[in-house]
Design a protein around this ligand. Structure first.
Ligand SMILES: CCCCCCCCCCCC(=O)SCCNC(=O)CCNC(=O)[C@H](O)C(C)(C)COP(=O)(O)OP(=O)(O)OC[C@H]1O[C@@H](n2cnc3c(N)ncnc32)[C@H](O)[C@@H]1OP(=O)(O)O
Length: 177
């Protein structure tokens, strides 16, 4: 009987012909990752995104109730994931595929669930293939800062995921230690 562990690992047809630099987007302009494409929405609660003409990227986000940690506040993992997602969309909004190499998050205040918050993200600088990106999450409508993040995203060519599949197959064929 086939199990999840021996399913074929080649990317399925959702990615066929994709250049990974122009992923599917929601009506609110939100770029969708693989699992969220299947769900038809960003499961983290990112509802709108846009890049303005000064280089700032703006995101409207609501923490879903199923990401609650303490009473009525977000799990810290949700906050970190949203900052990874939003900051990682900045290269995509500039038509560049990248992956997160480093991410640092400061949790300034608890993030309320079921209440819209805003994330602003921007490029601090670029060096070689590295994008140094920062951002902050703030409460609406007052603008109190809830979280700050910064990190490094590394630009990748579209062969990144194929190379990973080959690397993984090599690991598997090497057998257990
Ligand atoms: C698809 C549509 C979805 C659509 C929508 C989805 C959007 C999702 C947004 C969230 C993004 C993610 O979570 S991505 C998922 C989480 N991240 C990952 O899976 C990444 C896993 N790590 C890796 O693949 C690798 O370690 C890399 C690519 C980061 C680095 O690989 P590498 O083999 O070392 O690459 P290499 O060519 O030697 O180095 C490239 C450049 O990166 C620098 N570099 C390498 N590692 C690091 C590091 N830890 N911190 C800083 N810089 C580093 C090197 O100095 C070099 O700079 P220079 O000399 O070129 O200047």
């Amino acid at each position: 009987m086939r199990t999840d562990d021996d399913r074929p690992r080649t990317p399925d047809r959702r990615w066929a012909g994709s250049d990974f630099q122009d992923p599917p987007r929601t009506g609110g302009g939100v770029a969708l990752c693989g699992a969220c494409h299947a769900a038809g929405r960003c499961r983290l609660g990112v509802q709108r995104e846009r890049l303005d003409d000064t280089g700032n990227a703006w995101f409207h986000v609501t923490c879903p109730r199923d990401q609650e940690g303490g009473p009525n506040v977000a799990h810290g993992g949700w906050t970190a994931a949203v900052m990874d997602e939003c900051l990682g969309h900045v290269p995509l909004l500039n038509r560049t595929l990248s992956v997160t190499a480093e991410l640092s998050v400061s949790f300034v205040k608890p993030v309320p669930v079921d209440r819209p918050v805003q994330v602003r993200a921007w490029v601090d600088r670029r060096e070689g293939s590295r994008w140094y990106i920062a951002g902050e999450m703030s409460l609406l409508p007052g603008g109190a800062v809830l979280a700050r993040a910064s990190g490094i995203w590394v630009a990748r060519d579209p062969g990144h995921f194929d190379r990973h599949e080959k690397w993984l197959a090599q690991q598997d064929s090497a057998g257990s230690p």
